[in-house]
Write a protein that binds this ligand. Structure first.
Ligand SMILES: Cc1cc2nc3c(=O)[nH]c(=O)nc-3n(C[C@H](O)[C@H](O)[C@H](O)COP(=O)(O)O)c2cc1C
Length: 140
């Protein structure tokens, strides 16, 4: 059984719903899943996990959330090297630039990206819920 940790930030619940859908799908497929808000996460959560899945909405001007997620990512850049990673998040009006940049950054840190980052416009409903579940299944 692989140990999967999902670490996310969500201001208005959209990325949180994605996190819950991904967590549920993984739990049904033989993984031990921890679902953590980034404010509760620490470097040891990275070190102790086989797969780490990060979620952040697009904020600022096409960047990850700046007060909690940004400093956390900066703080784990050495611990993430060689780890299997996937990224997801909700956005409003952009074209996904924040996700492309975030993926490049994690690759630069030496993370092994398991899938293209999953982006959902607003709250995941209907087909977007299915995309979250398929994303989770593609990781294991
Ligand atoms: C301060 C602020 C900045 C934002 N900047 C962007 C942005 O640059 N690009 C974009 O597509 N959406 C942007 N958004 C929209 C959010 O990404 C969107 O509302 C998202 O669904 C929020 O997810 P959450 O409910 O998980 O917080 C911004 C929202 C806020 C509040």
């Amino acid at each position: 059984m692989s140990k999967v940790t999902i670490i996310y930030y969500s201001g208005t619940g959209n990325t949180e719903k994605m996190a819950e859908l991904i967590s549920s799908a993984l739990s049904e497929h033989n993984s031990v899943v921890s679902l953590l808000q980034v404010s509760s996460a620490s470097k040891s959560d990275i070190e102790d996990s086989d797969v780490i899945i990060f979620g952040s909405p697009s904020m600022g001007n096409e960047v990850i959330e700046e007060t909690e997620m940004e400093p956390f990512i900066e703080s784990i850049k050495e611990a993430i090297s060689g780890k299997k990673v996937a990224l997801f998040g909700s956005y409003g009006w952009g074209d996904g630039e924040w996700m492309r940049n975030w993926q490049d950054r994690m690759s630069d840190y030496g993370a092994i990206l398991l899938a293209d980052g999953l982006i959902v416009n607003g709250y995941p409903e209907g087909n977007e819920e299915d995309r979250c579940i398929e994303f989770a299944k593609s990781l294991i």
